[in-house]
Design a protein around this ligand. Structure first.
Ligand SMILES: [Zn+2]
Length: 482
């Protein structure tokens, strides 16, 4: 296996990925609190980790991907109370919505989706372990974690306890030994779900679930932990304190990877600014593949700004790749011949572009750079197609096969243009529109018959510009709307 470098938040540097178990990569990603539809801030980490997972699998790793649902939470309880329904009704509704949205974004499903409500016994065991080890203390049915007891506290976020106390708006709770101490277990309040525990009825604090459920499914120490950079503190810092406080094993996680912030029209995303985009709102204006492509076109650690202009740009870029895919389809249908000096040189170029793509991915999953090599490949496909058509020669069969392999391979890692969706014309629009498109397709077919490839290409490009994508198949031309 070739070496992969990842930027580790824990050590603040790029490091070579060395798996704990040879050939395996264990990943835990913090999931959503299902009290609303997924927003763009959710889409980014999950699309990012989907690409990372695809690449690790491509490189031959046996990946186990675990992602939780925080289904016990104040926001869920509040929403349920507002609507007059049960908390689990809210969870079920928005977990369904989560899967619906992520399926559309072509995000592969994790292997396990543990939920807090189904792991209360495991969580109680972890809290008990922390109390037994002297990290947890009990006050009136609440259990707190004593941050001063844990010598690595602050290592992940790069802060020390004094700075945190000075900088944070800490709600003063006299029962805590230190204002930075956090709840492992919260005693029951009226109108809230509660479970029996050694400290009386109550429910888990937020952070303890991820320590408990990640270790349950991936072991006491595992390879990758991911999430948005907003989770570094306090959530991930506290996860480390809990897991290591319980097991005594350091480090709990070998590589912490965090995706960058999201802004909307260059403002930090927040509900109060009214720019809290739901993914379903964006999908009313852009197809899911465009949104996915937009997300991965920026390196995962860089900030990402959502705006109409940038999404439209991504749509156009993706259309260029789609067009190259079609052109490649045309090349593949032609009768092929042996190599020429030019095509032999191109074969080398395709190999180089493939290697450049993989090298970018191996360098901290640099999708932005990797995708630039996909565009270079697309350009070569278009140039070669034109050269073949202009000269009236047969394409080099081996070269076309290489184009196909590398194009498909890189697309499957990025997770776009994987399936050539060609819905029947009648599904794609009203009958007048369909008639017009069919008419233009017929004109293009005539042009091709008359070897007027320039006109044929122009018709296809013009259709492409208005979002009609043509696909040449053995059964004839199919078209679809983007
Ligand atoms: Zn978490």
């Amino acid at each position: 296996m070739m070496s992969i470098k990842v930027y580790n938040t824990l050590t603040k540097q790029k490091e070579e990925f060395v798996p704990i178990h040879p050939g395996k990569a264990n990943i835990y990603v913090c999931g959503v609190t299902p009290y609303n539809h997924p927003h763009v801030g959710n889409a980014r980490p999950f699309v990012t980790w989907d690409v990372i997972r695809r690449f690790l699998e491509h490189e031959g790793y046996d990946v186990t991907h675990v992602q939780n649902f925080t289904d016990v939470d104040d926001k869920i309880i509040n929403t349920a109370n507002k609507e007059g329904v049960q908390w689990y009704d809210i969870c079920n509704r928005y977990i369904d919505s989560y899967f619906e949205v992520m399926d559309k974004l072509n995000v592969r499903r994790a292997h396990v989706y543990p939920r807090v409500s189904e792991h209360i016994d495991d969580i109680i065991k972890t809290v008990q372990c922390l109390v037994d080890n002297g990290y947890g203390y009990v006050v009136d049915g609440d259990v707190f974690y004593s941050v001063e007891k844990f010598k690595y506290y602050g290592q992940l976020s790069g802060r020390n306890i004094e700075d945190m106390m000075a900088g944070a708006r800490v709600d003063v709770d006299d029962r805590k030994h230190n204002p930075m101490d956090f709840a492992l277990w919260k005693s029951a309040k009226p109108g809230e779900p509660a479970w029996e525990s050694p400290w009386g009825p109550g429910r888990p604090g937020w952070h303890i679930e991820c320590s408990t459920m990640s270790m349950k499914y991936l072991g006491e120490t595992f390879d990758f932990h991911g999430g948005g950079s907003d989770l570094i503190f306090p959530h991930h810092e506290n996860e480390i304190a809990q897991s290591e406080g319980c097991t005594g094993i350091h480090p709990f996680v070998h590589y912490w990877l965090h995706n960058g912030f999201i802004t909307v029209n260059e403002e930090k995303m927040s509900k109060s600014l009214g720019n809290f985009f739901m993914v379903i709102d964006i999908l009313e204006h852009y197809d899911p593949e465009t949104l996915r492509f937009f997300i991965v076109s920026t390196h995962y650690r860089s900030p990402l700004d959502f705006s109409d202009a940038r999404l439209t740009e991504a749509q156009k870029s993706l259309a260029r790749l789609r067009q190259a895919q079609e052109t490649l389809g045309e090349l593949s249908e032609m009768l092929s011949a042996g190599p020429t000096a030019e095509s032999l040189a191109l074969r080398e170029k395709v190999k180089e572009l493939r290697e450049a793509f993989m090298e970018a991915m191996r360098d901290d999953f640099n999708t932005a750079l990797a995708i630039s090599h996909m565009f270079a490949l697309a350009k070569e496909i278009n140039i070669y197609h034109k050269a073949v058509v202009d000269a009236g020669i047969k394409p080099d069969g081996k070269l076309v096969a290489m184009f196909n392999d590398v194009f498909a391979e890189t697309c499957s890692i990025i997770g776009v243009l994987e399936k050539t969706a060609a819905p029947a014309a009648e599904e794609a629009g009203d009958s007048k529109e369909a008639e017009l498109v069919e008419m233009l397709i017929a004109m293009r077919q005539d042009a091709r018959k008359n070897k007027n490839y320039a006109l044929a290409d122009e018709l296809r490009n013009k259709l492409n510009e208005i979002g009609i994508v043509l696909q040449d198949t053995p059964q004839g031309v199919k078209w679809s709307k983007q």
